[in-house]
Design a protein around this ligand. Sequence first.
Ligand code: URA
Length: 257
Amino acid sequence: MRALLQWYVDAGVDEAQDAAPRNRFGLPRQAESIAAPAASPPPAQPPSPSAPENVKSLDAAEIAAACPSLADLRTAIAAFDGCALKRTATNTVVGDGNETATLMVIGEAPGAEEDRQGLPFVGPAGQLLDRMLTAIGLDRRAVYISNILPWRPPGNRSPTAEEIALCQPFVERQIVLVQPRVLVLVGGISAKALLEKREGITRLRGTWREFSPAGMTHTIPTMATFHPAYILRQPSAKREVWRDLLAIQKILSELGV
Ligand code: URA
């Protein structure tokens, strides 16, 4: 049974939809057609895929811009109903750490443990992130840590481009409110989203770039590096990450931090 459950979790099936399992393969044809109506009138057509997301994205941008503090932003994100991911998540996960930090780290989205605890980077990848920060003399509590998405995609699937665009104003507003001097983007999702690049993380990592979120008048030195979850799967990536960490340590010491 344990092996079977693990197999489900590995396949991304980690949410119960009903109290009791249903054998959908065993449903009579009539019942099947209830689950997937063939002849019934078509449901109301959703508008074109980009239009509603644009509208919601504008809403998120407006809501975020109207928040004068992180506490307000946290409340506003928790009340925001424009992203379907919220419906399958247990908690809204915003930022954690020092709200006036010099260094801000941005990941992708909460995983299972983050969703349970309502805090970013507290699962196995988070524990490695803590050790990476310690290696360059930083305590996690001195840093502000957040994600592109405040809700866990079901089964840890990759977020869609629409979900990323929809939620991005929230993380950009956190950057404006924290005012970090240095940004670190861990993993391809946050690097590509914020740097507006199409290249993968292997190409984006390791060089300083300038990033300016909406509502900020200056740019912030920004380094992309591999995601700790990737390093756990691919320990050979540690060498490059160590180089990136040393570059981050150097810029922080140049800034007098
Ligand atoms: N991975 C992320 O990108 N963010 C988290 O908070 C946890 C795992």
